[in-house]
Design a protein around this ligand. Structure first.
Ligand code: BGP
Length: 475
């Protein structure tokens, strides 16, 4: 059975704000993540109005990757990684977001980081915007509700494309751009820097901001290809398939609606145009969106080269009478449990077959190369005498890799790589916890920010090392 191609990109994924720390080093500006406190499974993170004294901001220190990256990359090399997905912190390059000139010290940091990776033949894979835009763009411009953001973002993109045109081949524009479709306050803020004001329609605002991001992304694709025609520039989507709760056709329709409502961003980035149902929906809602004919041409000309996506869990949805044609009903309102699956300690349903389903769904719909740029299990690990036994993580990764192998060998899916999330423990984006760990490398730091920051290999490190060494043959 042919499974993983010879040049398959086994890797690991992180985002700058979740691990670098050094939040004020060498001119770095304040990002969205810098104004979010630590939360927990029970307590949501607070978004504070600027950095406030006396609050706990875990992203300020992360795991201090900024000062430890050489030692960490050495471990990645030992693990056998072929690629490493990270983001470039926008605030290191343009601290406020609207400056005329970039911050040279910030650019230099990524010169050094990428050089260190390449020294070990580890390819950097880069996300341009991963929940960490400059906070100044929120306070001064209202985030992505403002068309000016397109210029600020494309300027940032041009600068880093130009600077790293020899070092980086695989890029992604916006991390999980589709999360905001759920209209959750946290996602609206982290994705788009939006804070809904009294009297505003959150959905209309999200559509407007999303449109500007899509235009910015399409322009970035074009700019990138001009700078280096070999660049592969992808979209990045949060994929969590929605299954119908029963064979009742209304549940099946509900699942279809939920998929449409969550993946129209993907339609635009891959097909270059909005789906028909969405335009009808905007008309029915009487939304007055600023979408010009020129924008539509930009979207057409800036489709992505591949689909990057995260996959953690699937969902089950159930129809309720009132909502048949309301595309904005949040999936979570009508989610029901799935008795066939186990959940993680954070309630995320563990569904390896759902990953194969997702790979097929993307392929059937868009026929583009696929790159799984996040997947993994957030769990509490026990550290004892320098050892971390994490068979649950090994089982999770193994089961998902098995489904990837089937999708390649049986279904003919064009899957180019796999970068498990949080390959080294880092700050959780959703809760700000350190104790929600994904890594195969353990970092000694707790939720209160205490610890030596020493790195330790978990059992999953040795296991994943062997998986990569055998190109996924021996799981
Ligand atoms: C994705 C984000 C990541 C990441 C991951 C795990 O949504 O792209 O930044 O953190 O989810 O989520 P969490 O950290 O909340 O467990």
């Amino acid at each position: 059975m042919t499974t993983f191609p010879k040049d398959f990109l086994w890797g690991g994924a992180v985002a700058a704000h979740q691990l670098e720390g050094a939040w004020q080093a060498e001119g770095k500006g304040v990002s969205l993540a810098d104004v979010m406190t630590a939360g927990s499974n029970q307590t949501p993170r607070k978004i504070t109005a600027g950095v406030q004294a006396g609050e706990n901001y875990p992203n300020h220190t992360g795991i201090d990757f900024y000062h430890h990256y050489k030692e960490d990359i050495k471990l990645f090399a030992e693990l056998g990684l072929k690629c490493f997905r990270t983001s470039i912190a926008w605030t290191r390059i343009f601290p406020q977001g609207d400056e005329a000139k970039p911050n040279e010290a910030g650019l230099k940091f990524y010169d050094d980081l990428f050089a260190e990776l390449l020294k070990y033949d580890i390819q950097p894979v880069v996300t341009l915007s991963h929940f960490e835009m400059p906070y100044h763009l929120v306070t001064e411009y209202g985030g992505w509700r403002n068309r000016k953001l397109i210029d600020f973002f494309t300027k940032f993109a041009r600068v880093v494309f130009q600077r790293y045109r020899q070092q980086v081949k695989y890029w992604m524009t916006f991390n999980e751009i589709n999360n905001q479709a759920q209209l959750d306050d946290w996602f609206l803020f982290t994705n788009s820097g939006l804070q809904v004001q009294p009297g505003e329609d959150a959905a209309e605002l999200m559509y407007q901001a999303g449109h500007y991001e899509l235009v910015a992304s399409a322009l970035a694709v074009q700019i990138g290809h001009q700078i280096n025609p070999d660049f592969q520039i992808g979209g990045m989507f949060a994929m969590g398939p929605s299954y119908p709760a029963s064979p009742d056709p209304r549940d099946v329709m509900k699942a279809e609606r939920t998929m449409q409502a969550n993946y129209w961003f993907t339609d635009v980035q891959c097909k270059g145009k909005y789906p028909a149902w969405l335009k009808q929906y905007w008309n029915r809602q009487n939304y007055q969106l600023d979408i010009t004919l020129e924008d539509e041409d930009v979207l057409k000309a800036g489709t992505v080269d591949y689909i990057g996506f995260s996959y953690y869990a699937s969902h089950v949805v159930q129809a309720t009478d009132a909502e048949a044609d309301d595309f904005m009903t949040q999936a979570s309102d009508t989610q029901v449990t799935n008795p066939t699956l186990q959940a993680s300690a954070w309630g995320w349903l563990i569904d390896p077959v759902g990953l194969r389903y997702a790979l097929n769904w993307f392929t059937d719909r868009y026929d583009l190369p696929l790159f799984i740029v996040e997947n993994g299990l957030g769990a509490v690990d026990k550290f004892a005498k320098g050892q971390i036994h994490d068979p649950y993580r090994i089982a999770y990764l193994r089961d998902h890799i098995q489904q990837m192998a089937l999708a390649i060998a049986v279904d003919g899916v064009n899957l180019i790589g796999y970068t498990p999330w949080g390959i080294i423990d880092l700050v959780s984006a959703g809760t700000g916890e350190m104790s929600k760990r994904y890594g195969v490398i353990y970092v000694d730091k707790d939720d209160q920010g205490q610890g030596t920051l020493k790195r330790w290999k978990k059992d999953s490190f040795t296991w994943f090392q062997h998986v990569i060494a055998t190109n996924g043959q021996d799981l």
